[in-house]
Design a protein around this ligand. Structure first.
Ligand SMILES: Nc1ncnc2c1ncn2[C@@H]1O[C@H](COP(=O)(O)OP(=O)(O)OP(=O)(O)O)[C@@H](O)[C@H]1O
Ligand SMILES: [Mg+2]
Length: 265
């Protein structure tokens, strides 16, 4: 078994809703969630809308802080870290979003977008960074010439390739992909999923793959975590969850899913 990269224990994220003071209510968007992810493996997080999937992803990727809980990256507790150490963690855990058009800056060329993470972190000379950008474009199935174009001139699938390339620029250990193919045509979804799996094989990245689409999850994930109202209701190897769901909620989720006959690969 490969090494555990990320270990999350008892993660809780509360939101205060409504007015401040006595009339405010507290929503436990994430409530005592624990899991770990191994190098080169994919953990899918599934569950109905509002169950807390994105909140878990955002906290793990340091876009948000938990109310309580512990997160270890490669054995080191990240929530206790100082600013400088936390900056390193941010490089190691990247996020890919559902809609690449809104996550890419429309006024920046693809080359500038991909160079930016390196530039911000003072990595390489301009020349070295351009070489790295070209290499990454090839890796994700695009061409060197694409560096001079803007996001608006690409298809949805190509844009998601660009967003994936950007996430890879700092050689992350973990990528949190929040519904990364949900906005794409079904025919394009398979291509992007295959790209993600190829990149995982090559770079041994761990994925946290958030999805509504259980056929996609079955295709891509090694393990599945099922959330319901902020809590984990089931967690285990993908085949076990799909063939013998232990919980009523998981069965309902599986029954509600469109047929699993859609072919990938
Ligand atoms: N910043 C916030 N302030 C208040 N409530 C929030 C905030 N972010 C999320 N929530 C609430 O937390 C709960 C979990 O939201 P979250 O976005 O994590 O769900 P999700 O499982 O990703 O849903 P979906 O499948 O629709 O994307 C929801 O009830 C949501 O309204
Ligand atoms: Mg979400």
């Amino acid at each position: 078994m490969s090494e555990i990269v990320l270990n999350v224990r008892n993660l809780t994220r509360e939101f205060r809703l409504g007015a401040w003071g006595s009339s405010a209510t507290i929503l436990k968007a994430v409530d005592g969630v624990s899991f770990s992810v191994r190098q080169g493996r994919t953990l899918a997080i599934v569950g109905e809308s509002g169950s807390g999937k994105t909140t878990v992803g955002r906290v793990v990727a340091s876009f948000d802080n938990p109310t309580s809980g512990e997160i270890d990256l490669e054995g080191k507790p990240i929530l206790q870290m100082n600013k400088r150490e936390r900056k390193e963690v941010r490089k190691s855990v990247q996020m890919v979003f559902q809609n690449p058009l809104s996550s890419l800056n429309p006024r920046k060329t693809i080359g500038a977008t991909l160079e930016e993470p390196l530039k911000v972190n003072g990595i390489g000379t301009h020349r070295e960074r351009s070489v790295a950008v070209s290499a990454m474009l090839h890796k994700v199935g695009l061409q060197e010439e694409h560096a001079n174009r803007y996001p608006g001139s690409f298809s949805g699938g190509q844009r998601q390739r660009i967003a994936i390339a950007r996430a890879l620029m700092l050689q992350p250990k973990v990528i949190v992909a929040d519904e990364p193919v949900s906005a794409l045509d079904v025919s394009i979804q398979a291509q992007i999923l295959n790209l993600l799996m190829d990149l995982q094989d090559e770079f041994r990245i761990a994925y946290i793959f958030i999805s509504h689409d259980l056929s996609v999850v079955r295709h891509i994930a090694h393990d599945v975590l099922v959330m319901y109202r902020g809590k984990v209701v089931e967690h285990g190897p993908t085949e076990q969850i799909f063939s013998a769901p232990a919980h009523e909620y998981t069965r309902t989720l599986l029954d509600a899913a469109p047929s699993m006959r859609r072919a990938f690969g």
